[in-house]
Design a binder for this molecule. Structure first.
Ligand code: ADP
Ligand code: MG
Ligand code: MG
Length: 945
């Protein structure tokens, strides 16, 4: 018989069935269930419970009903819980009440359902009043049950219950729920029952077992609710895992002012600071805190009112953090002074907190540096380098009265957008209107998540740092401010106001999730400095150290045994400087052609192109030489000590010429107007431009082909490179120029051009009487070059994969046309899993690369290999580059930090397995002896019992 149910003390059994790893236990009994089992084992006070497995949920989804044996096992487990608590389910004298809680392998906060206070009926309620003498508490609990049962189990909209409560309070002149008396709540129980009768045509079940059965089924069903499915799609959680169900004895936080309920994070989930952050409410239950409907108390204030419970709670939280080696997100309830723990899990956090906690925990010795690096994702790093509001602009905005409110800084970052007051609108406008939206609500509910994800920022007027809006925003890295209570939101009129200032739907605001400040209008943003982010700098240094380890790649791989280096693509000295400050240790691609486009140079370039003799060309080029030399000079200086790869001219020449149609128009106008001055020159220019026309220029006269037809250009460029390098060397700068020839298709091209260029290099060094390291190499971007790499490597001292062109030519797609016309359809239809221009197609393009590397290194074992296409900044592609033996990846300066982390992740993931040393004999004997001692001790204890 399948075991569907695990009792609170059956953690061992769960481990055995799941097969050892804690991850497998989580898969079987869910994250919440595993935490409850683990806490119980550790002696933490947890209300007795049992857990129905995810397997039962999956079986239910298949069968459409409970699998055989499940209900019997639930009843049996319930008996055990009754025994443990001394209460009985459905017994009017001393009734056991339970919650029925969802809990999947990965936490999906608020996405699935939970019902509290199951077991209350008219009869047991009366019994509990007698028992506790606290009628207000009993009827508050009962009305919660009827409401939750109605909405969660029976699918009646929340509003149907909120409405009568609202009206009742209004009639009585109450503002707060706390003003409701026992009698009032008893009235609400009847009102809510009437709602169910009216909506469903039957009565709220008075049989506790029926309640339990239907609630279990509702939790199973909530796995496939819209909210849950949306959330899984957004987070990439598999749809086949299923949820577990936890049936747990109720702990009552609503028994009076000596009772409370709350949630807390063992460290600050927003900043990462090592200080607990939590909120609680006296005399409240369950989701009151998270729902953000009442103003919460800070956890520190619990110390004065309930010092004993507070101390115990702090100790437990610290212990849990140590045990799980991570920040914990815990739920607790205090019932008449007694603390109960209801949940623990690794808490969600912002990117900033992720980095800070990882570094702090490594420095505290809680985790290793490698683990710290593994905990941070490339997306986290990306988020940290995202724009933030400009400080000056913020001051100006404050002066001019644009600062309208301050709330709780729940999730950091700058968001500028147009406001929308509901999730559907926010999503619709973001998607269809293609605009930046900010979702504004009094508070959010799980049904609002789609609108939040679609928005650039979220603002609420109610709730605290652990409210739903805050938790979800942090998880998705959306800037968010909550509890900005100065803002009054009018959902009917679709506007919000702070005093006189009114902001209507569709108008712009700026939300600063880092400080909690709200501004009207748009505030300009700037890119944050990386140097000021101390923890991030430390973490990336650790990442570099991982890649620099001598044997992080096994010796059987082709090429280097160290990990990847990260270089950058930079054309200008200022880009190179940024790249260097972001940690790049080389320039993998400097494009030289834009240097020809500068306004004062372009006429000379055109003159050079139009010259009909080699002499004419050379004379124009000689005038370009000094400016080119200066460009390179700055680059070498910025990259002092590091290699700089300069690519010789690549695009077809027509790109430097005036547009053909425009020229024609000008000529025609001149003729019509009868202007003769300059007409002949224009006509000649038009003829030349026409003559340059190619039907497929990207596959035409460009790259090395152009250099062979017109070698003067690259000869000038090589002279400029080496003169600059020589000058820099004389100034004490260490230069490592590498000259890259683009678009090679056959080694014969290199045979033709490379010796000419090398002669120039030698000549310059002779003239300047100086020597320095340099290399000549080739781009690998044409499939034929990759296939014949063994030949190409005869000349090329380095390869650099130009994966944009290599992908275009391997697939036979022109990128612009593909992305515009059919790539999306291909992805939707599953023909392509990913866009191959963003992530390397390992099976095709990637395999060509792999072949090229191994063939190239057959000819030249120390061949230096890199990648300079956009893929060089993509984590998945970086992993592939690591696996096939690249020396480095080169990407845009802004992505360098991301690439450094991704390179370390790849290195750690693929590090060679070191065979474990066999335990030395002596030690082994000692271990056995120690085990025996423990066994004996255990036996002794057992006997005593
Ligand atoms: P979620 O996964 O959405 O957080 P939970 O199952 O944790 O849902 O329950 C929602 C709320 O109800 C939480 O605040 C939780 O602490 C509270 N709760 C659940 N079970 C009990 C219980 N047995 N006693 C007291 N409070 C409970
Ligand atoms: Mg819930
Ligand atoms: Mg919970």
């Amino acid at each position: 018989m399948t075991k569907w149910v695990y009792l609170f003390n059956e953690v061992k059994e769960a481990e055995k069935v799941a097969g050892g790893s804690w991850d497998a236990v989580k898969a079987l009994v869910g994250g919440k269930g595993s935490g409850l089992l683990d806490m119980t084992r550790a002696g933490v006070p947890v209300p007795p419970f049992f857990t129905v497995t995810t397997e039962a949920c999956n079986a239910y989804q298949k069968l459409g009903k409970f699998p055989a044996g499940l209900w019997d096992q639930e009843l049996k487990a319930l008996k055990a819980v009754e025994k443990q608590t001394g209460k009985k389910f459905g017994d009017p004298k001393n009734p056991l009440l339970v919650s029925c809680r969802s809990g999947a392998k990965f936490s999906m906060p608020g996405m699935m359902d939970t019902v509290l206070n199951l077991g209350l009926t008219d009869v047991t309620a009366a019994g509990m009043v007698k028992l506790t003498g606290n009628a207000r508490f009993v009827y508050d609990s009962y009305r919660r049950l009827v409401e939750m049962f109605g909405s969660v189990v029976l699918g009646i909209p929340d509003e149907s219950f909120e409405q009568p409560l609202h009206e009742y309070k209004h009639e009585k002149g109450y503002k707060l729920d706390t003003e409701m008396t026992a009698e009032d709540w008893a009235q609400m129980v009847e009102a809510f029952k009437a709602v169910i009768r009216k909506e469903k045509g039957f009565d709220f079940p008075q049989d506790p077992y029926k309640q339990l059965e239907l609630a279990t089924e509702a939790v199973f069903k909530s796995w496939n609710g819209k909210r849950a499915i949306d959330y899984r799609n957004a987070t990439g959680i598999s749809h086949t895992l299923g949820t577990a169900v936890n049936i747990q004895t109720m702990a009552f936080g609503n028994m009076g002012d000596d009772s409370a309920t709350g949630v807390a994070f063992s460290r600050n989930p927003s900043t990462g600071d090592k200080k607990m952050m939590g909120e609680f409410l006296f005399n409240a239950q369950g989701e009151d805190v998270v729902a953000g409907i009442r103003n919460t108390n800070q956890i520190e204030t619990l110390k004065d009112r309930m010092p004993k419970a507070y101390d115990e709670f702090m100790k437990i939280a610290a212990r849990l953090e140590k045990h799980y080696k991570d920040m914990q997100d815990v739920e607790f309830t205090i019932e008449r002074g007694k603390l109960w723990m209801l949940q623990t899990r690794n808490g969600k956090r912002t990117a900033q907190a992720t980095v800070k906690m990882a570094v702090d925990m490594a420095l505290e010795g809680l985790i290793t540096k490698d683990e710290a690096v593994e905990r941070v994702t490339p997306e986290n790093v990306d988020t940290l380098l995202h724009p933030q509001f400009d400080n000056e602009a913020k001051k100006d905005a404050e002066k001019s009265g644009k600062l309208i409110a301050k709330g709780v800084n729940a999730s950091p970052g700058a968001a500028v957008g147009q406001i929308y007051f509901d999730a559907d609108m926010a999503e619709k406008m973001a998607k269809e209107g293609k605009q930046d939206t900010i979702m504004v609500r009094p508070f959010t509910k799980p049904d609002d998540v789609h609108g939040m994800i679609a928005s650039k920022g979220v603002l609420t007027s109610e709730g605290g740092a652990t409210s739903h809006a805050a938790v979800v925003a942090r998880q998705f890295g959306i800037p968010c401010v909550v509890g900005a209570s100065a803002i009054k939101i009018d959902l009917e009129k679709r506007l919000m106001n702070v005093g006189e200032i009114v902001v209507k739907e569709g108008e712009w605001i700026s939300v600063d999730g880092t400080t909690g400040l709200i501004y009207v209008g748009k505030i300009p943003v700037t890119i944050p400095s990386i140097e000021e982010q101390v923890e991030l700098m430390t973490l990336l240094k650790w990442a570099d150290e991982i890649c620099a380890r001598k044997n992080i790649r096994s010796a059987t791989d082709s090429g280097p045994t160290r990990g990847l280096q990260v270089w950058a693509n930079a054309d200008y000295p200022k880009d190179a400087q940024r790249a260097r400050s972001y940690g790049a240790v080389g320039i993998g691609l400097c494009r030289t052609e834009h240097m020809f486009f500068e306004p004062e140079r372009l006429p000379i370039v055109q003159e050079m192109i139009l010259a009909d003799s080699s002499e004419g060309r050379t004379s124009a080029l000689n005038r370009l030489l000094p400016s080119q030399r200066k460009d390179f000079d700055g680059l070498f200086e910025a990259m002092d000590g590091y290699p700089v790869i300069i690519r010789l001219i690549d695009p077809p020449l027509h790109e430097f010429m005036p547009d053909e149609e425009k020229l024609l128009e000008e000529v025609v106008t001149m003729r019509v107007k009868g202007e003769t001055a300059g007409l002949k020159a224009k006509e000649d220019l038009l003829e030349s431009v026409k003559g340059m026309h190619e039907s497929n220029p990207m596959m035409g006269l460009r790259g090395v082909r152009l250099s062979i037809v017109m070698p003067e250009i690259v000869e000038m460029q090589v002279r400029a490179i080496f003169e600059a390098a020589a000058d820099c060397t004389l100034r004490g700068i260490v230069v490592k120029p590498e000259v890259m020839i683009p678009l090679t298709g056959t080694v014969k091209e290199l045979d033709w051009i490379q010796p000419r260029l090398e002669r120039i290099a030698a000549a310059v060094m002779g003239e300047k009487k100086i020597k320095f390291e340099y290399k000549f190499g080739s781009m690998i971007e044409i499939p034929r070059a990759a296939i014949t790499a063994a030949d190409v490597a005869r000349n090329a001292e380095f390869f650099s994969f130009g994966t944009n062109d290599l992908t275009q030519m391997t697939y036979g797609y022109s990128r612009d046309d593909a992305e515009r016309n059919f790539l999306i359809t291909y992805q939707e239809q599953g023909i392509l899993l990913k866009n191959p221009f963003q992530t390397i197609d390992r099976h095709g393009v990637g395999t060509l690369m792999q072949w090229a590397i191994s063939e190239g290194r057959k000819t030249r074992p120390d061949l230096e290999v890199g990648i300079c296409g956009e893929h060089g900044g993509d984590p998945d592609s970086i992993e592939w580059c690591h696996m096939i033996g690249n020396n480095y990846v080169s990407c845009s300066p802004f992505r360098v930090p991301i690439a450094r982390l991704a390179a370390a992740h790849a290195a750690l993931k693929h590090r060679p397995v070191v065979a474990k040393k066999p335990v030395a004999k002596k030690a082994a004997v000692k271990k056995v002896a120690a085990k025996k001692v423990v066994k004996k001790a255990v036996k002794k204890v057992a006997k005593k019992k």
